[in-house]
Write a protein that binds this ligand. Structure first.
Ligand code: FAD
Ligand code: EPU
Length: 338
């Protein structure tokens, strides 16, 4: 493990933003991370843990140590007749874990196929897609306290998972490095989740009446490829904002003024489609320099090449202001702004 000075982070973030790390180290094992922690440099804060860089917007150089978490390994740690518990290192590519599960006929993660990023970041915002959230299959995780170096296990209730939310975005933000995550998966009698409209339609299009978990995974992959821009083609970090959750009464009032409003039931009210709100404000396909709003999906901000993080951040603020003015709704950024 080497500590390198002044490293470009451009290829390590899916927005493709040029920013530099004052110090950069890649850790491939828990032992690497512990050795790094023992160096005096580690105490010179800040320390920033980087996974796949698919949910960050770099608006400045990182004036500290960037720890690129590449801790690998996937293994079965427990099993009974109905369930199998799989542990994955924080640096495992998320979709490699999904593939491992599908190859072993283990159910629970198939709806989360092809989400970019690494396993270690999946609990941070409790990744979700197509009717499933990571918390639905989560068992526990292990994390190193950055201040003390102690390893600690977090069970689900301690993680306080919510919609794109967890304790790691709140009280524990920046305080620990997740080193591995365990998932409890079904080994038989899989509970397929095909309720999300697009999945049903895709399975029907494929003529599949009794889908397997692999069929669901493949349907999700096809849907994602048709809807979301590939960061290898154009810099982006997926949805830039969360879909705002509002009380039912707020939704009813908005719906009266805007009959086309797209929304879904959510605990405690309704979740509004932020993409619709942004599109209605005229932002879809807009471009300011090299920062832009994707032509096919208004919730995705893009870097056409040389945009700075500051330019994308400024565009995001403009979008927030117009949605606030037109609908009285506050859009919260989903992406982690650094
Ligand atoms: P990074 O961007 O590297 O880090 C994100 C945050 O987590 C940072 O604050 C970082 O410090 C912290 N972090 C990362 N690893 C660790 C660790 N081991 N310990 C402690 N802190 C850590 N997300 C969804 O939920 N659903 C989707 O459908 C979805 N679709 C996407 C589609 C595209 C095209 C893109 C580009 C992104 C999409 N995302 C989606 C967002 C993103 O893929 C997820 O949030 C993913 O979990 C981020 O993983 P990462 O390893 O890239 O994290
Ligand atoms: N819509 C528009 N205009 C647009 C985009 C969307 O009107 O430009 C409307 C459409 O009516 C569409 C609806 O919004 O049917 C919902 O759009 P979509 O199905 O693409 O889903 P989303 O709500 O935009 C969320 C997640 C995604 C996740 C998908 C599938 C959030 C913030 N985003 O997107 O997650 O993959 O659902 O479950 O919850 C991410 O977090 O980065 C991400 C991509």
């Amino acid at each position: 493990m080497q500590i390198e000075p002044d490293v470009s982070l451009k290829r390590w973030n899916t927005f493709g933003i040029e920013a530099r790390a004052a110090r950069y180290a890649r850790v491939e094992s828990l032992a690497d991370l512990q050795a790094l922690r023992a160096t005096p440099l580690f105490r010179e804060r800040p320390v920033f843990i980087l996974g796949g860089g698919s949910n960050i917007l770099l608006t400045r150089d990182v004036d500290g140590l960037v720890v690129h978490n590449a801790i690998g390994g996937i293994r079965v740690v427990d099993r009974d007749a109905d369930h199998t518990v799989v542990e994955a290192g924080a640096g495992v590519v998320w979709h490699d874990l999904v593939t491992f599960c599908l190859d072993g006929d283990l159910g629970g993660l198939e709806n989360l196929s092809l989400i970019p990023g690494r396993v270690g970041a999946s609990p941070i915002q409790n990744i979700g897609a197509y009717g499933v959230e990571m918390k639905d299959a989560f068992d526990s995780l292990e994390a190193m306290d950055l201040a003390t170096g102690d390893l600690r296990t977090f069970r689900a209730e301690e993680c306080r998972f919510g919609y794109r939310d967890s304790v790691f975005k709140r009280g524990m933000k920046g305080k620990c490095a997740i080193t591995s995550v365990r998932f409890r998966l079904t080994a038989r009698d899989h509970r397929l989740n095909t309720g999300y409209g697009a999945i049903g339609a895709e399975l029907e299009r494929r003529g599949i009446a009794r889908p397997t978990i692999r069929d669901v995974g493949e349907a999700v992959i096809a849907i994602r490829r048709s809807r979301l821009p590939d960061p290898d083609q154009i810099g982006n970090a997926g949805s830039f904002f969360k879909n705002p959750e509002v009380p039912r009464a707020t939704y009813d009032a908005l719906k009266q003024d805007h009959p086309g409003l797209v929304a879904y039931p959510a605990p405690g009210g309704m979740k509004l489609a932020a993409g619709w709100l942004i599109e209605q404000c005229g932002w879809k396909g807009k471009r300011v320099g090299d920062a832009g709003v994707h032509t096919d999906h208004a919730l995705v901000l893009v870097n056409y090449g040389k945009a700075t993080g500051g330019e994308i951040h400024a565009l995001a603020h403009e979008i927030q202001a117009s949605v606030r003015e037109r609908f009285g709704i506050e859009l919260e950024m989903e992406v982690n702004v650094v």
